[in-house]
Ligand binder design. Structure first.
Ligand code: HEM
Length: 422
């Protein structure tokens, strides 16, 4: 469901005493004890309409953890409110944000990104070179695997650009994201960003009343949590949910790439996205034309798409067997502890960080989305200490264990699901 369908809810959970202001009909967002009137700003907010979910609420933590450097200098508060007493752990998470800033971990390392770009385009060159220079079938199929790595690695760079963590400038980052995501990878990078922002702000959240869920953690073919049941109905979905622990791996692997491509093209209306999409298919068709026949072309693309599909696991496994919250529960807990409960890290050696694009440190990435990927490993040591101190579960396990946990979770949820019709 696109984020534009989000609407403000009733104001029963307000964290404020400033009733008159809130009843004025203005859309107010609370930051650091001040109310800001965003009524006319919502439609142009660079972070999208998700801001509406925080209307009438204290949004200090989510606001600060998403950058907003100096944003409020140009804004005049329209009133004040009493902030709730913070949990000591939350105070420490805010202190960590400031500590990481003081260490320069939010700054861009150009040598790091130059190296990453070199790596990404070397992979692309290897694919072109192999198809141009070799006539061997197996070499062509191996080039398909390299193409999958090219898509994966360019995807990680796009991810960072769409978080505005590379140029630290909305326009430049999104333009780079368009090249890396749409032209290189082949789906709409801006569509993905829209969904990704909602995913970050409302990770694993479900609103059964509005039939809405975190768009990057909800597929209509499986229910990985019982809170998602209200979004399902009908015989076909019942059948799919019942066998979801069998279909999960093949579907993610073989259909994962096609699904995100088609989903993005279906709703994309932005002209610049379409120019980049056409550009992508021009090079893709040119590449396929280097292969000698249709059989090889089909094998080559299917191998590349399936290997790339395998990479999708690393992202979804970080969330699938974690807590899901109804949207009404979402604002009750703190932003930081809510994120820790909805995320899981994947244990891996340092030398494999390139493979995960830093996203093996998913907890840290969700707590501080603008933190450079080079620093996530180091940041995790601090976050883990705070969790230990306050007895907050810090979930981290190997990829294999995460997959086993997810499959058994899918099995349990499939078993408990009962048929309902809408
Ligand atoms: C007074 C309220 C707010 C104002 C004036 C505001 C303004 C802005 C501005 C100017 C940007 C562009 C990037 C920047 O300069 O840092 C931005 C980005 C963003 N905002 Fe807000 N914002 C507000 C509240 C919120 C809230 C409550 C949320 C949480 C849902 C939010 C989420 C985001 C996100 C996710 C981005 C994109 C960050 C990125 O580029 O990765 N904003 N906002």
């Amino acid at each position: 469901m696109p984020p534009t369908e989000l609407r403000s809810r009733d104001t029963s959970q307000l964290v404020t005493e400033s009733d008159d202001l809130l009843k004025s009909g203005k859309k107010l967002v609370g930051v650091n004890g001040n109310w800001y009137d965003v009524t006319n700003f919502i439609k142009i907010h660079p972070g999208g309409p998700i801001i509406e979910e925080f209307v009438g609420k204290d949004a200090t933590d989510v606001f600060l953890s998403n950058g907003h450097k100096g944003v409020l200098k140009r804004w005049r508060p329209v009133g004040t409110y009493q902030m709730k007493e913070r949990h000591p752990a939350d105070k420490e998470f805010v202190e960590l944000l400031n500590l990481f800033k003081s260490k320069g971990w939010f700054e861009t390392s150009w040598t790091f990104y130059a190296g990453k770009l070199l790596f990404v385009y070397s992979l692309w060159t290897i694919v072109w070179g192999t198809l141009l220079l070799s006539e061997n079938f197996y070499a062509h199929m191996a080039a398909g695997v390299v193409l999958a790595f090219f898509w994966q690695q360019t995807g990680f760079l796009m991810h960072e650009c769409m978080h505005t963590t590379v140029f630290r400038n909305g326009f430049r980052d999104r333009f780079a994201g368009l090249i890396l995501g749409t032209f290189n990878f082949g789906f709409s990078a801006h569509w993905w960003r829209d969904e990704h922002i909602v995913h970050h702000m409302m990770t694993n959240t479900v609103d059964s009343e509005r039939r809405f869920a975190d768009p990057q953690m909800w597929e209509s073919v499986w229910a990985q949590n019982e809170k998602l049941y209200p979004l399902f109905g009908g015989l076909l979905q019942w059948c799919l949910v019942k066998i979801q622990h069998f279909t999960f791996i093949p579907m993610v692997t073989f259909i994962g790439r096609a699904e995100i491509i088609f989903d993005s093209y279906r709703v994309e209306r932005r002209w610049y996205e379409w120019i980049a999409i056409v550009g992508h298919w021009c090079w893709m068709i040119l590449m396929l034309s280097l292969l000698p026949n249709w059989k090889e072309r089909i094998f080559f693309y299917c191998i590349a798409a399936s290997v790339e599909g395998v990479f999708h696991f690393q992202l979804i496994l970080s969330h699938y067997c974690k807590e899901f919250n109804e949207v009404s529960e979402f604002h009750k807990d703190s932003w930081y502890r809510f994120q820790i409960g909805s995320n899981m890290n994947i244990d891996s050696p340092t030398w494999l960080d390139w493979y995960y694009g830093g996203l093996n440190y998913h907890i840290e990435h969700h707590l501080y989305p603008l933190l450079g990927r080079r620093h996530l490993r180091e940041a995790s040591k601090y976050v883990r200490k705070v969790c230990e101190k306050y007895d907050i579960e810090y979930d981290s396990c190997s990829m294999t264990r995460a997959l086993i946990r997810t499959l058994s979770h899918l099995k349990t949820c499939g078993t408990h699901y009962k048929l309902s019709f809408y």
